[in-house]
Design a protein around this ligand. Structure first.
Ligand code: AHR
Length: 342
């Protein structure tokens, strides 16, 4: 996690205490705010008024794959269960649209915003605008750049997987199942997105521990099945000696399997494919012997997101990061987990 170290560590506390004294507004009802107040006096991060039911904004970054659809379904189901009103927007893979989606939620005066930011930087202005408008933001599934916006200050918390660990777990499995010798093509997620940055870091750092693991090429496939297929087809021509493909998500892995087959290769036999998410198509590819492992990245954010809203309302001090625990799927457990996949 990156931190802004440009201020003396005691400065935010001193400034926060001064503002508290001047506005006599700290420690009011509702919200787990501990970081002082904004100029508008609603807390930093903004407090959440105590209500039985909320108008909750959910800004989704895209809806073009099963993972995103499963996440949205989980949030909608939980909002319905609790009798909350959901204001939903799909940014269709555009950072600019997602910023305007959040601005629209601010204009509609939602009580709280659940935000799945497309990249680490694009949504920072929207997070800060929500703060200025006294609307607490909870980041889900992807994080923002902590040098630009900080948890327990500019937004409430980040709920999400440990992406570095996901990449490391895939690398460990690959090292074990290749005897520490592989020529690897890496298909990266959307450039600038926190899972792409950290899944790359976790994997690349770990394969360096085995001298026979060689990274031939690493390129952005935008977390997208067809882009993954096209990138794989191109990289395959430049690197016909490839023996393993690491895709940052299952969609790109399935695209890579299609490209490998189209080129006359045999995924699962002459090329091992490994990825992250735990989608139904990946579990089926594992069962068919075409994929080796998919480390889960759970999309089921509904219950934990609304529980976090409840805790924040109650004034509970929340951690900067609520870590989602993930399973992993191989031929040993894919069949029994197929029914619960997405
Ligand atoms: O942010 C989570 C990632 O985003 C998922 O792993 C990926 O499939 C999705 O697009």
């Amino acid at each position: 996690m990156k931190r802004n170290t440009s201020l003396h560590p005691s400065m935010p506390i001193v400034i926060g205490m001064l503002v508290c004294v001047m506005l006599a507004a700290c420690g009011g009802s509702g919200g787990g705010s501990t970081g002082g107040t904004t100029a508008s006096g609603c807390g930093s991060p903004p407090q959440l008024a105590k209500k039985d039911h909320y108008k909750v904004g959910f800004s989704q970054n895209a809806s073009n794959n099963p993972w995103r659809l499963a996440e949205t379904a989980s949030i909608k189901a939980e909002a319905d269960k609790r009798g909350d009103t959901l204001v939903y927007a799909d940014a269709a893979n555009s950072g600019d649209k997602q910023v305007s989606d959040v601005q629209s939620m601010i204009a509609q005066k939602v009580d709280v915003i659940l935000l799945a930011p497309i990249t680490e930087k694009a949504l920072v202005p929207a997070v800060l605008q929500a703060k200025t408008a006294c609307i607490p933001v909870i980041l889900i599934d992807r994080d923002v750049d902590h040098t630009l916006a900080q948890p327990n200050k500019d937004y409430v918390t980040f709920i999400g997987s440990d992406f570095v660990q996901q990449g490391k777990r895939v690398a460990d499995w690959l090292i074990q199942n290749t005897g520490g010798k592989a020529k690897i093509i890496e298909l990266e997620g959307t450039t600038g997105a926190s899972p792409a940055i950290n899944r790359k870091k976790g994997f690349d750092d770990e394969i360096k521990t085995a001298s026979g693991m060689v990274l031939l090429a690493s390129q952005d496939g935008d977390f997208n099945r067809d882009t993954g297929r096209k990138v794989m087809a191109t990289l395959l021509q430049a690197h016909p000696d490839v023996t393993a493909v690491y895709a940052h998500n299952d969609e790109m892995a399935i695209g890579a399997i299609t490209a490998l087959k189209a080129a006359g290769r045999h995924p699962g036999k002459d090329v091992i494919v490994v990825s992250i998410d735990g989608e139904k198509d990946a579990l089926n590819a594992i069962i068919n012997g075409e994929e080796g492992i998919s480390v889960q990245s759970s999309p089921f954010f509904g219950p934990v997101s609304f529980d976090t809203i409840d805790k924040y309302k109650a004034g509970t001090k929340l951690p900067d990061w609520i870590v989602v625990q993930d399973m992993q799927f191989t031929k040993d457990n894919a069949p029994q987990n197929l029914a619960n996949s997405f």
